[in-house]
Structures are given as C-alpha cells and as structure tokens.
Design a protein around this ligand. Structure first.
Ligand SMILES: Nc1nc2c(ncn2[C@@H]2O[C@H](COP(=O)(O)OP(=O)(O)OP(=O)(O)O)[C@@H](O)[C@H]2O)c(=O)[nH]1
Ligand SMILES: [Mg+2]
Length: 280
C-alpha cells in the first residue's frame, strides 16, 4: 500500500512556519496518544531547535491511560514538558496556561530584565494532519475560533489567535514529510486518519489493523462484533460484514463496507481505548 501524501499545501505550510519561526517563543507539538512515535514529524525538531518546547499527548481519551502515563515519562526523560489532553472534551486543558508560562520562563525573565513588560508569549501549534491542533486551540480559547473537522487537511493557512494578554497562538496546517523511512509509520498514520483516505485501500488498511490488534488486544474484535477467532484478517473482515449485515446486491458480503465500519469504530474509540505503540 502507498501512504506517501505530501500535497502542495504542506510544502507551502512548512515554508510559512519557517518564515514565522522568528516570531515564536514556544513550539506546542501535538501528538496522537495512540501512536506517539509515528505521529512525530521529524521536521519539527529542526524547525523548533533553540525554541522552548511543549509536547501534548492529544486524544488521550482514545488511548490506554496506563500507556499515556508511560509515554509521558518517555518524553519527560527526553527533556520535554509533556501534558496529556483531550481537546475535544477539555480534559487536561486547565493546566496548559500554567505549563506555557513555565516552559517560557527564561524568555519572560529575559524580557523583564530588558524592561519589556507584558509582552505575550507567542506559541506555534504544530503537528500532523487531523491530530487536533485547531480543536486544542478552540478548547484553550473557550470558543470556536479555528475551523476543525474529522479529516486531514482542514486548516489550510495560518491563523493567529489571541488567547489573552499573556498568550498568542498560531494555528498551522497539519504537515507530513516527503518520505516515510519506515512504512509502518505511514500505516499507523493511515489508521488514525492523518492520511487522506482517498489514496488508501480501505480493505487492506482494515486488514493491517486487524493484524496489529491481535497481539496487543487479543479477542477484542471477536467480542465487539460477535465473531469467531481466525488467523486470516480478510476472513475476519468477512465475518464482520456478515455480523453487521454489510451486504451487496445478491447477498454477497460487502467487505469494503465492513472495512469502513471497522476503521470508523477504531478511529472514534468504539473499540475501546487502544494504544498501538508501546513506550518500553
Ligand atoms: N476523541 C478526541 N477527538 C479529538 C480530540 N482532539 C481533536 N479531536 C477530533 O479530531 C478531529 C480533527 O481535529 P482538528 O482540530 O480539525 O485537527 P487539526 O490538527 O487542526 O487538523 P488539520 O487542520 O487538518 O491539520 C476532529 O473531529 C476533532 O473533534 C481529542 O482530544 N479527543
Ligand atoms: Mg486544523
């Protein structure tokens, strides 16, 4: 399967971010708590060198909490400030203002010594497509300032949002990078909906998800869909089609519809809180 997706608006967005970096005090990098490693864009470290950094494990509500804590430890050990958040429901958001001030305390102190008072912290909110950047900003602002949507590529240009006299945020379009060195990274990003579905083969994608879930969460699909154990992911899909009455004309099983249903259930947390990458 082919995962590479790097449309022109991402090249443009990256350029915009490089041009604006001199205005920025803090990089707030959102990761998807279900795949914390695959959702790190390697270009962000380059962009954010010499800047204060904050990592948010977003969509923490969709990942196993024990794993969220393990990943927090992992990133803390690497020297990052880390918070787990649920931007959709506001979980963890209350602490963010304080964490931003703490992460930028050197800059605030520098300003103070130079006699600059009350210059707001400027933070750039970055991350892969669909990770929840705009939702996070809205949640922090307490109102819908930025456009959001359940597909990658919703934000197309930059948008400054003034939170209050202390903080200004820059919303940016989600960006990927031109080449995944490791194809499982592409696969994991496809699972969580960060790659445009139109370039993916949904049945293959669903079969790969079934393959991955089996060792981590044995029996989960059998329980959810009331189906039998099988080694063959395509048989598993057929069983889901049968159990959910996904049928084509002539009563043939519609495995594509079953694949869409499975991907949807996974992405929306209806299979439970699942973490696909482990911190150990
Ligand atoms: N369950 C859950 N869903 C979330 C969370 N944060 C965002 N979402 C959902 O994820 C989807 C994408 O959110 P956006 O805020 O548009 O994502 P984005 O990172 O701005 O995406 P682009 O602008 O396309 O790069 C929306 O359907 C949100 O409701 C979260 O913490 N938990
Ligand atoms: Mg957005």
């Amino acid at each position: 399967m082919h995962f590479q997706w790097y449309p022109g608006h991402m090249t443009k967005a990256k350029r915009m971010m490089q041009e604006n970096i001199k205005l920025i005090d803090l990089i707030i990098e959102l990761l998807d708590a279900r795949v914390p490693l695959s959702s790190r864009n390697p270009d962000i470290d380059e962009l954010g060198k010499n800047k204060a950094r904050l990592i948010l494990l977003n969509k923490a509500d969709l990942a196993e909490d024990k794993q969220n804590d393990a990943w927090m430890e992992y990133f803390k050990k690497k020297g990052f400030a880390v918070v787990k958040v649920n931007s959709k429901k506001g979980g963890g958001i209350k602490s963010i203002q304080g964490v931003i001030q703490e992460a930028c305390k050197e800059k605030i102190e520098r300003d103070r010594k130079r006699g600059i008072l009350n210059r707001p912290v400027r933070a750039m909110v970055v991350g892969i497509p669909n990770v929840g950047k705009s939702t996070f900003i809205n949640s922090l602002a307490g109102k819908a300032c930025a456009k959001t949507g359940n597909k990658p590529g919703v934000t197309k240009g930059k948008q400054w949002i003034r939170l209050n006299k202390n903080v200004e945020l820059l919303d940016t379009p989600g960006i990927l990078w031109p080449k995944f060195e490791d194809q499982t990274v592409g696969l994991h990003l496809a699972f969580i909906g960060s790659i445009k579905d139109e370039i993916l083969n949904t049945e293959e994608l669903a079969a790969e998800l079934i393959r991955l879930l089996e060792p981590y969460y044995p029996g989960i699909l059998q329980e959810k869909y009331g189906i039998e154990e099988t080694e063959d992911p395509y048989k598993c899909l057929a069983q889901i089609a049968e159990s959910r009455h996904c049928l084509l004309r002539g009563n043939e099983l519609d495995t594509e519809k079953a694949a869409i249903l499975l991907m949807d259930d996974f992405r929306n947390g209806r299979l439970g809180r699942l973490t696909l990458e482990r911190a150990e």
